[in-house]
Write a protein that binds this ligand. Structure first.
Ligand SMILES: [Zn+2]
Length: 255
């Protein structure tokens, strides 16, 4: 199918769908200025040592890694990023009552900022806008901790217990939250249409959402710049610009 015909078909499927589940990855946020960490021009690809900052083992063991992490957090593009046309199309899809769940691998919080509700958004890798203590249950706004870093604390500690603070995100070597993954897989099971956007579907168990939805009878559409391992089981694959194509395929619903 040519791209225009594919977009037309996908638009009709979304219009018919009642329980849309969307799975998003880094590709949906690159138009908002958030780099793809794993892509060909990704931060980790260009600078493998940056990956150490995101590894929980180095982070907990080495104060220097934590100091470098806090310096790097100060400059994260997420603080100034705005939702783009792709995020906004998904927010409207929810307002029209079609969205069962929005599963995201992104930590930038842009789906919530775009207007999707916390009840629908499942952030499987956490959210950078919050900080947590690794020792106690404390959790609070990241900006308040970053203010302490700006004021001179290189490795701010938990004010409740003195424990190590970190962004409320899943680092390498850190377990996913089982209830969150369960919620995501349950949604995939109930979907009648699953749209994977801007993800290479290489990260498990999240990628399982695609075969689970397929087995449950959902239509599958994959929108990603690079091929994925699930392209073969998809009803359609789109490789163009997400910022352009995502609003187009949602058009019939969002108007
Ligand atoms: Zn604490």
């Amino acid at each position: 199918m040519k791209s225009a015909a594919t977009i037309e078909a996908v638009r009709a499927w979304i219009y018919e769908a009642r329980r849309v589940v969307v799975l998003t990855g880094a590709g949906i946020s690159t138009d908002s200025g958030i780099p793809d960490f794993r892509g060909p021009n990704g931060v980790w690809t260009r600078n493998p040592t940056a990956e150490r900052l995101s590894d929980i083992r180095y982070y907990t063991a080495d104060p220097e890694v934590r100091k470098a992490s806090w310096r790097s957090r100060l400059e994260h593009p997420a603080w100034h990023a705005k939702p783009n046309a792709g995020h906004l199309a998904l927010a409207t899809l929810e307002r029209r009552g079609r969205l069962l769940a929005l599963i995201t691998q992104n930590i930038d919080g842009l789906h919530l900022r775009a207007g999707n509700s916390p009840q629908r958004v499942i952030e499987v890798h956490g959210n950078l806008h919050y900080a947590v203590c690794l020792a106690c249950q404390w959790k609070g706004p990241m900006q308040a901790v970053l203010d302490r870093v700006r004021a001179g604390e290189e490795d701010p500690q938990c004010e409740e217990c003195g424990g190590i603070l970190k962004s409320d995100t899943i680092s390498f070597g850190q377990a996913l939250v089982p209830e969150v993954i369960e919620r995501a897989m349950q949604a995939a099971q109930e979907a009648d249409f699953l749209l994977a956007v801007g993800t290479t579907l290489r990260v498990y168990p999240v990628a399982n959402a695609v075969p689970i939805a397929r087995a449950a009878g959902a239509r599958i559409v994959i929108m990603n710049a690079e091929p994925t391992q699930f392209d073969d089981i998809a009803d359609a694959v789109l490789n163009g610009s997400i910022g352009t194509e995502l609003p187009q395929v949602c058009e019939a619903v969002v108007g």
